[in-house]
Design a binder for this molecule. Structure first.
Ligand code: BF8
Ligand code: SF4
Length: 625
Protein backbone atom coordinates (compact mmCIF):
# COMPACT_ATOMS: atom_id res chain seq x y z
CA UNK A 1 0.00 0.00 0.00
CA UNK A 2 1.37 3.42 -0.92
CA UNK A 3 2.35 5.43 2.14
CA UNK A 4 1.65 9.09 2.83
CA UNK A 5 4.57 11.16 1.56
CA UNK A 6 6.58 13.04 4.18
CA UNK A 7 5.71 16.75 4.47
CA UNK A 8 7.86 18.90 2.15
CA UNK A 9 8.95 20.99 5.13
CA UNK A 10 10.85 17.95 6.48
CA UNK A 11 12.77 17.25 3.29
CA UNK A 12 15.07 20.24 2.88
CA UNK A 13 16.13 23.42 4.61
CA UNK A 14 16.06 25.35 1.30
CA UNK A 15 13.25 27.43 -0.15
CA UNK A 16 14.32 26.67 -3.73
CA UNK A 17 14.15 22.92 -3.02
CA UNK A 18 10.78 23.19 -1.29
CA UNK A 19 9.28 25.25 -4.11
CA UNK A 20 10.38 22.67 -6.68
CA UNK A 21 9.19 19.74 -4.55
CA UNK A 22 5.79 21.41 -4.43
CA UNK A 23 5.86 21.85 -8.20
CA UNK A 24 6.87 18.20 -8.63
CA UNK A 25 3.91 17.05 -6.55
CA UNK A 26 1.54 19.39 -8.41
CA UNK A 27 2.79 18.09 -11.76
CA UNK A 28 2.81 14.45 -10.64
CA UNK A 29 6.58 14.03 -11.00
CA UNK A 30 8.19 11.47 -8.71
CA UNK A 31 11.38 12.42 -6.84
CA UNK A 32 14.00 10.61 -4.78
CA UNK A 33 12.01 11.44 -1.63
CA UNK A 34 8.90 9.65 -2.91
CA UNK A 35 10.94 6.60 -3.77
CA UNK A 36 12.61 6.59 -0.34
CA UNK A 37 9.16 6.61 1.28
CA UNK A 38 8.27 3.55 -0.78
CA UNK A 39 11.52 1.76 0.11
CA UNK A 40 11.17 2.34 3.85
CA UNK A 41 11.46 0.42 6.15
CA UNK A 42 14.63 -1.09 4.75
CA UNK A 43 15.78 -4.67 5.28
CA UNK A 44 17.22 -4.92 8.81
CA UNK A 45 19.85 -7.49 7.82
CA UNK A 46 21.12 -5.25 5.04
CA UNK A 47 21.19 -2.27 7.38
CA UNK A 48 23.32 -4.23 9.84
CA UNK A 49 25.54 -5.56 7.06
CA UNK A 50 24.75 -9.17 7.91
CA UNK A 51 23.56 -10.35 4.51
CA UNK A 52 25.93 -12.10 2.10
CA UNK A 53 25.44 -12.74 -1.61
CA UNK A 54 29.03 -13.67 -2.40
CA UNK A 55 28.14 -17.18 -3.61
CA UNK A 56 25.22 -19.35 -4.63
CA UNK A 57 25.36 -21.63 -1.61
CA UNK A 58 23.63 -18.55 -0.18
CA UNK A 59 22.40 -15.83 -0.17
CA UNK A 60 22.72 -15.90 3.61
CA UNK A 61 21.45 -13.75 6.46
CA UNK A 62 23.00 -14.20 9.86
CA UNK A 63 21.61 -13.28 13.26
CA UNK A 64 21.90 -14.32 16.89
CA UNK A 65 19.44 -17.13 16.23
CA UNK A 66 21.19 -18.25 13.08
CA UNK A 67 24.78 -17.05 13.40
CA UNK A 68 26.55 -18.75 10.47
CA UNK A 69 26.16 -18.58 6.70
CA UNK A 70 26.10 -21.83 4.72
CA UNK A 71 29.92 -21.74 4.38
CA UNK A 72 30.36 -21.00 8.08
CA UNK A 73 31.06 -17.27 7.78
CA UNK A 74 29.94 -15.37 10.88
CA UNK A 75 28.66 -11.81 11.23
CA UNK A 76 32.17 -10.38 11.68
CA UNK A 77 33.43 -11.93 8.46
CA UNK A 78 30.32 -11.01 6.47
CA UNK A 79 30.22 -7.40 7.70
CA UNK A 80 33.95 -6.88 7.06
CA UNK A 81 33.68 -8.37 3.58
CA UNK A 82 30.68 -6.21 2.69
CA UNK A 83 32.37 -3.07 3.98
CA UNK A 84 35.60 -3.95 2.17
CA UNK A 85 33.77 -4.27 -1.13
CA UNK A 86 31.86 -1.06 -0.45
CA UNK A 87 35.12 0.82 0.02
CA UNK A 88 36.62 -0.83 -3.06
CA UNK A 89 33.66 0.45 -5.08
CA UNK A 90 34.36 3.99 -3.95
CA UNK A 91 38.09 3.74 -4.51
CA UNK A 92 37.41 2.37 -8.00
CA UNK A 93 35.14 5.31 -8.85
CA UNK A 94 37.60 8.01 -7.82
CA UNK A 95 40.59 6.20 -9.25
CA UNK A 96 39.11 5.30 -12.61
CA UNK A 97 38.27 9.00 -12.91
CA UNK A 98 41.96 9.71 -12.19
CA UNK A 99 42.97 7.24 -14.89
CA UNK A 100 40.80 9.07 -17.42
CA UNK A 101 42.90 12.19 -16.81
CA UNK A 102 46.09 10.21 -17.46
CA UNK A 103 44.54 9.12 -20.76
CA UNK A 104 43.87 12.74 -21.70
CA UNK A 105 47.49 13.53 -20.84
CA UNK A 106 48.50 10.60 -23.03
CA UNK A 107 46.43 11.98 -25.94
CA UNK A 108 48.21 15.34 -25.48
CA UNK A 109 51.65 13.73 -25.33
CA UNK A 110 50.97 11.55 -28.37
CA UNK A 111 49.71 14.54 -30.33
CA UNK A 112 46.29 12.94 -30.75
CA UNK A 113 44.36 15.98 -29.59
CA UNK A 114 44.69 19.71 -29.92
CA UNK A 115 41.52 20.35 -27.90
CA UNK A 116 43.32 19.72 -24.62
CA UNK A 117 46.72 21.07 -23.69
CA UNK A 118 49.13 21.44 -20.81
CA UNK A 119 47.96 24.66 -19.21
CA UNK A 120 50.16 24.59 -16.12
CA UNK A 121 53.70 23.73 -17.10
CA UNK A 122 55.06 24.81 -13.71
CA UNK A 123 52.72 22.50 -11.87
CA UNK A 124 53.59 19.62 -14.20
CA UNK A 125 57.27 20.13 -13.45
CA UNK A 126 56.66 20.47 -9.72
CA UNK A 127 54.72 17.19 -9.66
CA UNK A 128 57.39 15.49 -11.76
CA UNK A 129 60.01 16.57 -9.21
CA UNK A 130 57.92 15.18 -6.36
CA UNK A 131 57.65 11.75 -7.96
CA UNK A 132 61.34 11.57 -8.85
CA UNK A 133 61.30 12.56 -12.53
CA UNK A 134 64.13 14.78 -13.81
CA UNK A 135 62.94 18.12 -15.19
CA UNK A 136 66.04 20.29 -15.60
CA UNK A 137 66.53 21.42 -19.17
CA UNK A 138 64.04 18.86 -20.50
CA UNK A 139 61.27 19.75 -22.97
CA UNK A 140 57.80 19.84 -21.39
CA UNK A 141 56.46 16.99 -23.50
CA UNK A 142 59.28 14.68 -22.40
CA UNK A 143 58.52 15.45 -18.77
CA UNK A 144 54.79 14.99 -19.44
CA UNK A 145 55.44 11.59 -21.02
CA UNK A 146 57.39 10.41 -17.97
CA UNK A 147 54.67 11.71 -15.63
CA UNK A 148 52.08 9.84 -17.68
CA UNK A 149 54.09 6.58 -17.55
CA UNK A 150 54.69 7.01 -13.84
CA UNK A 151 50.98 7.48 -13.06
CA UNK A 152 49.87 4.63 -15.32
CA UNK A 153 52.34 2.46 -13.39
CA UNK A 154 50.75 3.61 -10.12
CA UNK A 155 47.68 1.66 -11.11
CA UNK A 156 49.53 -1.61 -11.62
CA UNK A 157 51.43 -4.03 -9.44
CA UNK A 158 55.09 -3.52 -10.31
CA UNK A 159 55.69 -0.82 -7.71
CA UNK A 160 56.32 -1.00 -3.99
CA UNK A 161 54.13 2.07 -3.36
CA UNK A 162 52.11 4.69 -5.24
CA UNK A 163 54.21 7.71 -6.24
CA UNK A 164 52.55 10.41 -4.15
CA UNK A 165 53.60 8.63 -0.96
CA UNK A 166 56.59 10.93 -1.42
CA UNK A 167 54.33 13.56 0.18
CA UNK A 168 53.57 11.50 3.30
CA UNK A 169 55.50 12.17 6.54
CA UNK A 170 58.00 9.37 7.22
CA UNK A 171 56.50 8.46 10.62
CA UNK A 172 53.14 7.87 8.95
CA UNK A 173 54.64 5.74 6.22
CA UNK A 174 56.52 3.69 8.80
CA UNK A 175 53.25 3.14 10.63
CA UNK A 176 51.59 1.94 7.42
CA UNK A 177 54.54 -0.30 6.61
CA UNK A 178 54.24 -1.96 10.04
CA UNK A 179 50.56 -2.64 9.39
CA UNK A 180 51.01 -3.83 5.77
CA UNK A 181 48.91 -0.85 4.78
CA UNK A 182 51.21 0.81 2.24
CA UNK A 183 49.15 1.19 -0.95
CA UNK A 184 51.16 -0.47 -3.72
CA UNK A 185 49.04 -0.05 -6.82
CA UNK A 186 45.55 1.35 -7.20
CA UNK A 187 44.11 -1.47 -9.30
CA UNK A 188 46.05 -4.01 -7.29
CA UNK A 189 44.49 -3.05 -3.95
CA UNK A 190 40.99 -2.93 -5.43
CA UNK A 191 41.42 -6.32 -7.15
CA UNK A 192 42.91 -7.80 -3.99
CA UNK A 193 39.90 -6.57 -2.02
CA UNK A 194 37.63 -8.45 -4.44
CA UNK A 195 39.86 -11.52 -4.14
CA UNK A 196 40.02 -11.46 -0.35
CA UNK A 197 36.25 -11.27 -0.10
CA UNK A 198 35.60 -14.25 -2.37
CA UNK A 199 34.25 -17.22 -0.42
CA UNK A 200 37.03 -18.96 1.43
CA UNK A 201 39.73 -16.27 1.48
CA UNK A 202 40.18 -13.59 4.12
CA UNK A 203 38.07 -14.84 7.02
CA UNK A 204 39.57 -12.62 9.68
CA UNK A 205 37.53 -9.44 10.00
CA UNK A 206 40.27 -7.10 11.33
CA UNK A 207 42.62 -8.29 8.60
CA UNK A 208 39.99 -7.54 5.95
CA UNK A 209 39.49 -4.09 7.47
CA UNK A 210 43.21 -3.36 7.29
CA UNK A 211 43.12 -4.13 3.60
CA UNK A 212 40.03 -1.93 3.22
CA UNK A 213 42.14 0.90 4.67
CA UNK A 214 44.96 0.09 2.27
CA UNK A 215 42.49 0.20 -0.63
CA UNK A 216 41.18 3.55 0.57
CA UNK A 217 44.74 4.90 0.85
CA UNK A 218 45.35 3.85 -2.75
CA UNK A 219 42.39 6.07 -3.61
CA UNK A 220 43.35 9.12 -1.53
CA UNK A 221 47.09 9.18 -2.16
CA UNK A 222 46.81 7.47 -5.56
CA UNK A 223 43.81 7.66 -7.88
CA UNK A 224 42.17 10.77 -6.43
CA UNK A 225 45.43 12.67 -6.05
CA UNK A 226 46.39 11.87 -9.64
CA UNK A 227 42.93 13.02 -10.76
CA UNK A 228 43.21 16.34 -8.96
CA UNK A 229 46.79 17.09 -9.94
CA UNK A 230 46.39 16.24 -13.62
CA UNK A 231 43.13 18.20 -13.82
CA UNK A 232 45.09 21.19 -12.55
CA UNK A 233 47.86 20.58 -15.10
CA UNK A 234 45.40 20.35 -17.99
CA UNK A 235 42.67 22.82 -16.97
CA UNK A 236 44.46 25.18 -14.61
CA UNK A 237 45.21 25.52 -10.90
CA UNK A 238 42.16 27.05 -9.17
CA UNK A 239 42.49 30.61 -7.90
CA UNK A 240 40.06 32.57 -5.70
CA UNK A 241 37.11 34.06 -7.56
CA UNK A 242 33.47 34.95 -7.00
CA UNK A 243 30.50 33.05 -8.37
CA UNK A 244 26.87 32.30 -7.50
CA UNK A 245 24.80 29.35 -6.31
CA UNK A 246 21.26 27.89 -6.01
CA UNK A 247 18.49 27.32 -8.55
CA UNK A 248 18.43 31.06 -9.25
CA UNK A 249 21.52 30.60 -11.44
CA UNK A 250 19.21 29.05 -14.05
CA UNK A 251 18.13 31.93 -16.28
CA UNK A 252 14.70 32.26 -17.88
CA UNK A 253 16.04 34.23 -20.85
CA UNK A 254 18.96 31.91 -21.65
CA UNK A 255 19.64 28.46 -23.01
CA UNK A 256 20.43 26.57 -19.82
CA UNK A 257 22.81 23.65 -20.00
CA UNK A 258 23.64 21.82 -16.79
CA UNK A 259 26.82 19.77 -16.45
CA UNK A 260 26.62 16.94 -13.92
CA UNK A 261 28.91 14.14 -12.75
CA UNK A 262 32.55 14.35 -11.75
CA UNK A 263 35.17 14.55 -14.43
CA UNK A 264 35.97 17.96 -15.95
CA UNK A 265 37.16 16.41 -19.25
CA UNK A 266 33.72 16.67 -20.91
CA UNK A 267 32.33 19.70 -19.10
CA UNK A 268 35.39 21.94 -19.72
CA UNK A 269 34.89 21.34 -23.44
CA UNK A 270 31.15 22.04 -23.18
CA UNK A 271 31.90 25.36 -21.48
CA UNK A 272 34.36 26.28 -24.23
CA UNK A 273 31.85 25.29 -26.94
CA UNK A 274 29.14 27.39 -25.29
CA UNK A 275 31.25 30.45 -26.13
CA UNK A 276 31.27 29.60 -29.85
CA UNK A 277 29.95 32.67 -31.74
CA UNK A 278 27.92 30.58 -34.20
CA UNK A 279 26.11 28.73 -31.43
CA UNK A 280 25.52 31.99 -29.58
CA UNK A 281 24.09 33.52 -32.74
CA UNK A 282 21.76 30.55 -33.18
CA UNK A 283 20.63 30.84 -29.55
CA UNK A 284 19.79 34.50 -30.19
CA UNK A 285 17.95 33.62 -33.37
CA UNK A 286 15.74 31.36 -31.27
CA UNK A 287 15.02 34.16 -28.80
CA UNK A 288 17.54 33.44 -26.02
CA UNK A 289 19.94 36.10 -24.76
CA UNK A 290 22.82 33.65 -24.38
CA UNK A 291 23.98 30.19 -23.33
CA UNK A 292 24.29 29.56 -19.62
CA UNK A 293 26.42 26.62 -18.44
CA UNK A 294 25.74 25.85 -14.77
CA UNK A 295 27.01 23.07 -12.55
CA UNK A 296 25.60 20.24 -10.48
CA UNK A 297 27.51 18.07 -8.00
CA UNK A 298 31.23 17.53 -8.51
CA UNK A 299 31.57 18.31 -12.23
CA UNK A 300 30.01 21.58 -11.16
CA UNK A 301 32.64 21.94 -8.42
CA UNK A 302 35.47 21.29 -10.87
CA UNK A 303 34.30 24.07 -13.21
CA UNK A 304 33.36 26.34 -10.35
CA UNK A 305 36.85 26.08 -8.86
CA UNK A 306 38.67 26.75 -12.13
CA UNK A 307 36.27 28.72 -14.31
CA UNK A 308 33.85 30.20 -11.79
CA UNK A 309 30.69 28.81 -13.43
CA UNK A 310 27.51 29.21 -11.36
CA UNK A 311 26.41 26.25 -9.24
CA UNK A 312 22.80 25.14 -9.63
CA UNK A 313 22.86 22.63 -6.81
CA UNK A 314 24.09 19.53 -5.05
CA UNK A 315 22.95 15.91 -5.08
CA UNK A 316 19.36 16.39 -3.91
CA UNK A 317 18.89 19.39 -6.23
CA UNK A 318 19.61 17.48 -9.44
CA UNK A 319 16.04 16.36 -10.12
CA UNK A 320 14.70 19.67 -8.84
CA UNK A 321 16.84 21.72 -11.23
CA UNK A 322 15.09 20.07 -14.19
CA UNK A 323 11.71 20.73 -12.57
CA UNK A 324 12.29 24.50 -13.03
CA UNK A 325 11.22 23.73 -16.61
CA UNK A 326 14.00 25.96 -17.91
CA UNK A 327 16.76 23.42 -18.50
CA UNK A 328 17.41 22.70 -22.17
CA UNK A 329 19.98 19.97 -21.59
CA UNK A 330 21.68 18.09 -18.80
CA UNK A 331 25.02 16.65 -19.83
CA UNK A 332 26.48 13.96 -17.59
CA UNK A 333 29.76 12.10 -17.30
CA UNK A 334 29.66 9.65 -14.39
CA UNK A 335 28.91 8.96 -10.70
CA UNK A 336 26.06 10.19 -8.50
CA UNK A 337 23.76 10.74 -11.47
CA UNK A 338 20.37 9.40 -10.46
CA UNK A 339 18.92 7.29 -13.28
CA UNK A 340 15.63 9.04 -12.52
CA UNK A 341 16.99 12.16 -14.23
CA UNK A 342 16.15 10.57 -17.57
CA UNK A 343 12.50 10.25 -16.52
CA UNK A 344 12.35 13.73 -15.03
CA UNK A 345 13.92 15.17 -18.20
CA UNK A 346 11.24 13.31 -20.16
CA UNK A 347 8.57 15.28 -18.31
CA UNK A 348 9.94 18.47 -19.93
CA UNK A 349 11.69 19.53 -23.12
CA UNK A 350 15.03 18.74 -21.42
CA UNK A 351 17.54 16.65 -23.38
CA UNK A 352 19.46 14.17 -21.25
CA UNK A 353 22.87 13.50 -22.77
CA UNK A 354 25.35 10.91 -21.49
CA UNK A 355 28.98 10.94 -22.61
CA UNK A 356 30.78 7.89 -21.23
CA UNK A 357 30.53 4.30 -22.31
CA UNK A 358 30.97 3.27 -18.68
CA UNK A 359 27.97 5.35 -17.59
CA UNK A 360 25.17 4.96 -20.11
CA UNK A 361 21.54 5.66 -19.29
CA UNK A 362 18.67 3.97 -21.12
CA UNK A 363 16.67 6.63 -22.88
CA UNK A 364 19.56 9.12 -23.08
CA UNK A 365 21.16 10.70 -26.12
CA UNK A 366 24.61 9.09 -26.16
CA UNK A 367 27.95 10.59 -27.18
CA UNK A 368 31.06 8.42 -27.00
CA UNK A 369 33.19 11.38 -25.92
CA UNK A 370 36.86 11.13 -26.93
CA UNK A 371 39.84 13.49 -26.51
CA UNK A 372 40.49 13.37 -30.27
CA UNK A 373 37.06 14.72 -31.19
CA UNK A 374 36.22 16.57 -27.97
CA UNK A 375 35.52 20.05 -29.30
CA UNK A 376 33.54 18.80 -32.28
CA UNK A 377 31.39 16.64 -30.00
CA UNK A 378 31.01 19.42 -27.44
CA UNK A 379 29.71 21.74 -30.18
CA UNK A 380 27.16 19.11 -31.24
CA UNK A 381 26.02 18.74 -27.64
CA UNK A 382 25.66 22.49 -27.11
CA UNK A 383 23.79 22.71 -30.41
CA UNK A 384 21.26 20.12 -29.16
CA UNK A 385 20.72 22.29 -26.08
CA UNK A 386 20.30 25.44 -28.17
CA UNK A 387 17.74 23.83 -30.49
CA UNK A 388 15.78 22.57 -27.47
CA UNK A 389 15.19 26.18 -26.39
CA UNK A 390 12.54 26.42 -29.12
CA UNK A 391 10.61 23.59 -27.43
CA UNK A 392 10.55 25.17 -23.96
CA UNK A 393 7.06 25.68 -22.50
CA UNK A 394 7.26 29.13 -20.88
CA UNK A 395 4.09 28.38 -18.94
CA UNK A 396 5.86 25.62 -16.99
CA UNK A 397 8.95 27.66 -16.08
CA UNK A 398 9.42 28.52 -12.42
CA UNK A 399 12.83 29.68 -11.18
CA UNK A 400 12.16 30.04 -7.48
CA UNK A 401 14.83 32.42 -6.18
CA UNK A 402 17.69 34.83 -6.78
CA UNK A 403 21.21 33.35 -6.63
CA UNK A 404 23.53 33.95 -3.67
CA UNK A 405 27.18 34.97 -3.95
CA UNK A 406 29.97 32.56 -3.15
CA UNK A 407 33.77 32.65 -3.16
CA UNK A 408 35.60 29.65 -4.56
CA UNK A 409 38.97 28.51 -5.91
CA UNK A 410 41.01 27.62 -2.81
CA UNK A 411 43.68 25.26 -4.06
CA UNK A 412 46.75 24.76 -1.87
CA UNK A 413 48.72 26.80 -4.38
CA UNK A 414 46.22 29.67 -4.10
CA UNK A 415 46.23 29.53 -0.30
CA UNK A 416 50.03 29.49 -0.20
CA UNK A 417 50.16 32.45 -2.58
CA UNK A 418 47.61 34.36 -0.49
CA UNK A 419 49.81 33.75 2.56
CA UNK A 420 52.79 35.31 0.82
CA UNK A 421 54.44 32.22 -0.66
CA UNK A 422 54.62 29.73 2.20
CA UNK A 423 52.41 27.99 4.74
CA UNK A 424 54.34 29.62 7.63
CA UNK A 425 51.69 32.27 8.39
CA UNK A 426 49.08 29.49 8.62
CA UNK A 427 51.30 27.51 10.98
CA UNK A 428 51.79 30.68 13.06
CA UNK A 429 48.04 31.40 13.16
CA UNK A 430 47.47 27.83 14.37
CA UNK A 431 50.28 28.12 16.92
CA UNK A 432 48.88 31.42 18.21
CA UNK A 433 45.41 29.85 18.53
CA UNK A 434 43.70 32.30 16.18
CA UNK A 435 42.95 29.26 14.07
CA UNK A 436 42.55 26.53 16.70
CA UNK A 437 42.30 23.77 14.14
CA UNK A 438 40.71 22.78 10.87
CA UNK A 439 37.99 20.36 9.79
CA UNK A 440 37.14 19.26 6.26
CA UNK A 441 33.38 18.82 5.82
CA UNK A 442 32.85 16.69 2.76
CA UNK A 443 30.37 14.51 0.95
CA UNK A 444 26.80 14.26 0.06
CA UNK A 445 23.11 14.67 0.62
CA UNK A 446 21.08 11.66 1.64
CA UNK A 447 17.28 11.77 1.35
CA UNK A 448 17.07 10.14 4.80
CA UNK A 449 18.30 13.44 6.23
CA UNK A 450 16.65 16.88 5.87
CA UNK A 451 18.74 18.24 3.01
CA UNK A 452 21.81 20.17 4.15
CA UNK A 453 20.53 20.59 7.73
CA UNK A 454 23.59 18.81 9.13
CA UNK A 455 26.11 20.05 6.55
CA UNK A 456 25.33 23.67 7.35
CA UNK A 457 24.86 23.27 11.10
CA UNK A 458 28.23 21.60 11.61
CA UNK A 459 30.06 24.28 9.61
CA UNK A 460 28.37 27.03 11.63
CA UNK A 461 29.17 25.37 14.94
CA UNK A 462 32.82 24.82 14.05
CA UNK A 463 33.63 28.33 12.84
CA UNK A 464 32.14 29.74 16.06
CA UNK A 465 34.87 27.79 17.85
CA UNK A 466 37.63 29.27 15.67
CA UNK A 467 37.97 26.04 13.72
CA UNK A 468 38.63 26.71 10.05
CA UNK A 469 36.34 24.71 7.76
CA UNK A 470 37.26 23.39 4.32
CA UNK A 471 34.38 22.13 2.18
CA UNK A 472 34.30 19.91 -0.88
CA UNK A 473 31.74 17.93 -2.86
CA UNK A 474 28.09 18.53 -2.20
CA UNK A 475 28.78 20.39 1.04
CA UNK A 476 30.01 23.26 -1.13
CA UNK A 477 26.59 24.29 -2.36
CA UNK A 478 25.15 23.82 1.11
CA UNK A 479 27.74 26.17 2.65
CA UNK A 480 27.34 28.59 -0.24
CA UNK A 481 23.56 28.79 0.02
CA UNK A 482 23.88 29.34 3.77
CA UNK A 483 26.05 32.39 3.14
CA UNK A 484 29.19 30.80 4.58
CA UNK A 485 31.38 31.05 1.46
CA UNK A 486 31.72 34.83 1.39
CA UNK A 487 34.19 37.01 3.32
CA UNK A 488 31.28 38.56 5.28
CA UNK A 489 30.67 35.17 6.88
CA UNK A 490 33.42 36.02 9.38
CA UNK A 491 30.59 37.69 11.32
CA UNK A 492 29.45 34.15 12.19
CA UNK A 493 32.95 33.05 13.24
CA UNK A 494 34.87 33.24 16.51
CA UNK A 495 37.27 36.12 17.21
CA UNK A 496 40.42 34.35 16.01
CA UNK A 497 39.03 33.30 12.64
CA UNK A 498 37.44 36.71 12.27
CA UNK A 499 40.87 38.28 12.69
CA UNK A 500 42.80 35.96 10.34
CA UNK A 501 40.18 35.60 7.60
CA UNK A 502 39.25 39.27 7.89
CA UNK A 503 42.87 40.30 7.31
CA UNK A 504 43.11 38.02 4.27
CA UNK A 505 39.66 38.90 2.92
CA UNK A 506 38.62 35.25 2.77
CA UNK A 507 35.62 33.35 4.17
CA UNK A 508 35.95 31.19 7.32
CA UNK A 509 34.68 28.29 5.20
CA UNK A 510 36.87 27.64 2.18
CA UNK A 511 35.73 25.86 -0.96
CA UNK A 512 38.44 23.29 -1.64
CA UNK A 513 36.90 21.57 -4.66
CA UNK A 514 35.19 18.34 -5.67
CA UNK A 515 35.27 15.04 -3.77
CA UNK A 516 38.33 13.89 -5.69
CA UNK A 517 39.90 17.15 -4.47
CA UNK A 518 39.87 15.87 -0.90
CA UNK A 519 43.35 14.88 -2.05
CA UNK A 520 44.16 18.61 -1.73
CA UNK A 521 43.24 18.40 1.96
CA UNK A 522 45.43 15.32 2.42
CA UNK A 523 48.29 17.18 0.79
CA UNK A 524 47.75 20.20 3.03
CA UNK A 525 47.72 18.03 6.17
CA UNK A 526 50.92 16.31 5.05
CA UNK A 527 52.57 19.66 4.35
CA UNK A 528 51.57 21.00 7.79
CA UNK A 529 52.80 17.84 9.51
CA UNK A 530 56.09 18.03 7.63
CA UNK A 531 56.45 21.72 8.53
CA UNK A 532 55.98 20.90 12.22
CA UNK A 533 57.98 17.68 11.95
CA UNK A 534 55.14 15.61 13.38
CA UNK A 535 52.71 12.94 12.15
CA UNK A 536 49.38 13.89 10.54
CA UNK A 537 47.65 12.33 13.57
CA UNK A 538 49.36 14.94 15.80
CA UNK A 539 47.65 17.84 14.02
CA UNK A 540 44.57 19.61 15.43
CA UNK A 541 42.48 18.60 12.44
CA UNK A 542 39.43 16.51 11.61
CA UNK A 543 37.14 15.42 8.83
CA UNK A 544 33.40 14.96 8.62
CA UNK A 545 30.73 13.72 6.28
CA UNK A 546 27.41 14.53 7.95
CA UNK A 547 24.99 13.51 5.17
CA UNK A 548 27.03 10.95 3.25
CA UNK A 549 25.49 8.25 1.08
CA UNK A 550 28.03 6.87 -1.40
CA UNK A 551 30.71 4.19 -1.59
CA UNK A 552 33.12 6.99 -2.50
CA UNK A 553 32.33 8.84 0.73
CA UNK A 554 33.16 5.67 2.69
CA UNK A 555 36.49 5.41 0.88
CA UNK A 556 37.23 9.06 1.68
CA UNK A 557 36.33 8.58 5.35
CA UNK A 558 38.55 5.53 5.60
CA UNK A 559 41.57 7.10 3.88
CA UNK A 560 41.19 10.11 6.18
CA UNK A 561 41.20 7.90 9.29
CA UNK A 562 44.06 5.75 7.96
CA UNK A 563 46.00 8.96 7.30
CA UNK A 564 45.57 9.88 10.97
CA UNK A 565 42.57 12.23 10.72
CA UNK A 566 39.77 11.94 13.29
CA UNK A 567 36.62 11.52 11.19
CA UNK A 568 32.96 12.12 11.92
CA UNK A 569 30.04 10.48 10.14
CA UNK A 570 26.46 11.68 10.63
CA UNK A 571 25.19 8.10 10.43
CA UNK A 572 26.97 4.74 10.47
CA UNK A 573 27.85 2.56 7.49
CA UNK A 574 26.14 -0.84 7.38
CA UNK A 575 28.54 -2.42 9.89
CA UNK A 576 26.62 -2.47 13.16
CA UNK A 577 25.91 -6.20 12.82
CA UNK A 578 29.50 -6.89 13.85
CA UNK A 579 30.79 -5.76 17.20
CA UNK A 580 34.35 -6.50 16.12
CA UNK A 581 34.15 -4.31 13.03
CA UNK A 582 32.22 -1.53 14.77
CA UNK A 583 34.62 -1.40 17.72
CA UNK A 584 37.57 -1.34 15.39
CA UNK A 585 36.08 1.59 13.44
CA UNK A 586 35.14 3.71 16.45
CA UNK A 587 37.99 2.89 18.84
CA UNK A 588 40.44 0.13 17.84
CA UNK A 589 41.86 2.07 14.91
CA UNK A 590 43.18 4.72 17.32
CA UNK A 591 45.95 2.37 18.49
CA UNK A 592 46.75 1.30 14.95
CA UNK A 593 46.63 4.53 12.92
CA UNK A 594 46.16 7.26 15.53
CA UNK A 595 42.61 8.16 14.56
CA UNK A 596 39.08 6.70 14.51
CA UNK A 597 35.63 7.32 13.15
CA UNK A 598 32.97 8.76 15.40
CA UNK A 599 29.27 8.60 14.65
CA UNK A 600 27.04 11.44 15.82
CA UNK A 601 23.73 12.69 14.43
CA UNK A 602 23.64 15.85 16.57
CA UNK A 603 25.91 18.50 15.07
CA UNK A 604 26.29 20.52 18.28
CA UNK A 605 27.64 17.40 19.96
CA UNK A 606 29.80 16.57 16.92
CA UNK A 607 31.34 20.06 17.02
CA UNK A 608 32.04 19.56 20.73
CA UNK A 609 33.78 16.27 19.98
CA UNK A 610 36.01 18.02 17.43
CA UNK A 611 36.64 20.77 19.96
CA UNK A 612 37.80 18.26 22.58
CA UNK A 613 40.01 16.48 20.09
CA UNK A 614 41.57 19.72 18.93
CA UNK A 615 42.22 20.76 22.54
CA UNK A 616 43.99 17.47 23.21
CA UNK A 617 46.09 17.71 20.05
CA UNK A 618 47.03 21.34 20.71
CA UNK A 619 48.10 20.47 24.24
CA UNK A 620 50.24 17.57 23.04
CA UNK A 621 51.94 19.92 20.56
CA UNK A 622 52.59 22.38 23.39
CA UNK A 623 50.23 24.99 21.93
CA UNK A 624 48.14 27.21 24.17
CA UNK A 625 44.35 27.53 23.93
O1 BF8 B 1 31.77 12.82 -5.34
S1 BF8 B 1 29.54 14.58 -2.48
S2 BF8 B 1 26.71 13.03 -3.68
S3 BF8 B 1 28.49 14.35 -6.14
S4 BF8 B 1 29.70 11.28 -3.62
FE1 BF8 B 1 28.23 12.39 -5.05
FE2 BF8 B 1 28.48 12.68 -2.53
FE3 BF8 B 1 27.92 14.70 -4.04
FE4 BF8 B 1 30.63 14.14 -5.87
NI1 BF8 B 1 31.07 13.07 -3.59
FE1 SF4 C 1 26.52 -17.59 2.35
FE2 SF4 C 1 29.15 -17.97 2.70
FE3 SF4 C 1 28.13 -17.89 0.23
FE4 SF4 C 1 28.22 -15.69 1.72
S1 SF4 C 1 29.96 -16.82 0.96
S2 SF4 C 1 26.49 -16.39 0.47
S3 SF4 C 1 27.87 -16.48 3.79
S4 SF4 C 1 27.68 -19.39 1.81
Amino acid sequence: MAKEPRPIEELSIWDDAKAMLKKARAEGIQTVHDRLDRQTPHCKFCELGTTCRNCTMGPCRVSEKNPLGVCGADADVIVARNFGRFVAGGAAGHSDHGRDLIEVLEAIVEGETSDYKITEENKLRAIAGEVGIKTDGRPTMDVARDVMECFFADFGSRKKEVSFLSRVPKVRKDKWAGLKMIPRGVDREIAEMMHRTHMGCDNDAPNTMIHAARTALADGWGGSMIGTELSDVIFGVPTPKMSTANLGVIKADKVNLLVHGHNPVVSEMILAAARDPELLARAKELGATGINVAGLCCTGNELLMRQGIPMAGNHLMTELAIITGAVEAIVVDYQCIMPSLVQVSGCYHTKFIDTANKARFSGAIHFDFQPKTAMKQAREIVSIAVEAFAQRDAGRVDIPCEPVEIMTGFSNEAVTAALGGSLDPLVQAIAAGDIRGAVGIVGCNNPKIKQDSLNVKLAEELIKKDILVLVTGCVTTAAGKAGLLVPDAIEKAGPGLKKVCGALGIPPVLHYGSCVDNARILQLCAALANALNVDISDLPVGASSPEWYSEKAAAIGLYAVASGIYTHLGHPPNILGSETVTNLAVSGLEDLVGATFFIEGDMVKAADMFDERIKTKRKALGLSE
